[in-house]
Design a protein around this ligand. Structure first.
Ligand code: NAD
Length: 328
């Protein structure tokens, strides 16, 4: 019989691609999503969608008891760094209190295996590059603090209740599959925003700060393809099957500046992409680059999209096919 996975946030960007992989590989999938930032159109055939909010503990409990999953993958969260400064309580409520509801109903139903979408934001300003899992964690924005708080909760629940979890700290998720791509409103991520200019939907892209201590003054990020993230999630299930918990970075191990992203996108799209320099954004570290050594060793994982060109090309194909995102 197929193993079952309950996926919170499975109608969102990263979650939908993971669900597609799970369905292809024969898992039975139930998505629990309130569609606040997700899209019904991103739910692949074969996956079931239960529209619901993690805040609704009773409904979530009923769904968990009826479905009886072998595993839970938890993607649902509030994810905008800037907004997390303005409205921190929304972030603590959704990313900590609502996530606690999830753990609570899992334990009530005897479900003990969880993969969690954590973030490189748990580290704050890195002490060294590339960043390793045991490096200091001093998040510099409320979003990162809520992700770290939930990691702490998971560690305590591991010791107290035997809840096994794999916290996957993604760096910058990017790219698309043929059918599934990035459609956030507002869009704060650099690659889709650059591609909107290439599509003629915006006249220029804003570069937030050019006075960082980096090679060209703009922030440096590590981009990891969403399909490679999906692959790592499935591999993480093996850690849980072996009754273990882990915390792993998921990145390519190479950093690209915002200006390098723009230049690469110009090359891929054959369009000129005008930009203007704006003020720094609050809560943006200068450089974030993963050491993915541990993930490669522990998961036997190797990102297939190992160049920025390949990642941007996949995103460009999707955005050209879906110029208005899932609304088209
Ligand atoms: N995209 C990235 O670069 C990145 C990087 C690091 C970590 N992450 C983490 O990965 C996860 C997925 O990110 P994404 O970019 O796919 O975001 P997304 O906004 O596209 O997906 C989140 C999904 O969760 C759902 N959701 C949110 N709150 C909910 C609630 N209370 N109840 C039910 N459903 C709810 C939304 O409707 C959406 O479908 C998040 O936890 C995010 O913090 C993302």
């Amino acid at each position: 019989m197929a193993e079952k996975v309950l996926v919170t946030g499975g109608a969102g960007y990263v979650g939908s691609v993971c669900v597609a992989g799970l369905i292809t590989n024969g898992y039975q999938v139930l998505i629990y999503d309130n569609l606040s930032t997700g899209h019904k159109e991103a739910v692949v055939p074969g996956a079931e969608l239960e529209i619901g909010d993690l805040a609704n503990r009773e409904h979530l409990g009923r769904v968990m008891r009826n479905f009886k999953p072998n595993f839970v993958m938890h993607f649902a969260a509030s994810c905008l760094v800037g907004e997390s400064f303005e409205k921190p309580l929304i972030y603590y409520r959704n990313n900590v209190a609502n996530a606690l509801n999830l753990v609570d109903v899992m334990l009530e139903s005897g479900v003990r295996l969880l993969v969690f979408s954590s973030s490189c934001a748990v580290y704050g300003e890195p002490k060294r590059i590339p960043m390793e899992e045991d490096d200091p964690k001093q998040p510099i924005n409320p979003y990162g603090k809520t992700k770290l708080a939930f990691e702490h909760l998971l560690e305590d629940c591991d010791r107290a209740y035997g809840l096994r979890s794999v916290s996957l700290r993604y760096f910058n998720a990017a790219g698309a599959t043929q059918d599934l791509g990035e459609d956030h409103l507002p869009e704060t991520h650099i690659i889709p925003n650059v591609l909107k200019v290439a599509l003629g939907q915006a006249s220029e892209v804003t570069v937030f700060g050019d006075d960082y201590p980096t090679r060209d003054g703009t922030c440096i990020r590590d981009f990891i393809h969403v399909s490679d993230l999906a692959d790592a999630h499935e591999r993480a299930l093996d850690i849980l099957r072996n009754d273990r918990s882990e915390r792993l970075n998921l990145g390519n191990g190479e950093g690209f500046s915002v200006l390098e992203v723009i230049r690469t996108a110009e090359k891929v799209t054959h369009k000129r992409i005008p930009f203007r320099i704006g003020a720094r954004r609050k809560g943006d570290p200068a450089v974030l680059v993963a050491s993915a050594k541990k993930a490669k060793e522990v998961l036997g994982w190797q990102p297939a999209y190992d160049t920025l060109e390949k990642i941007i090309e996949s995103a460009w194909n999707w955005h050209r096919e879906h110029p208005n995102g899932y609304r088209s």
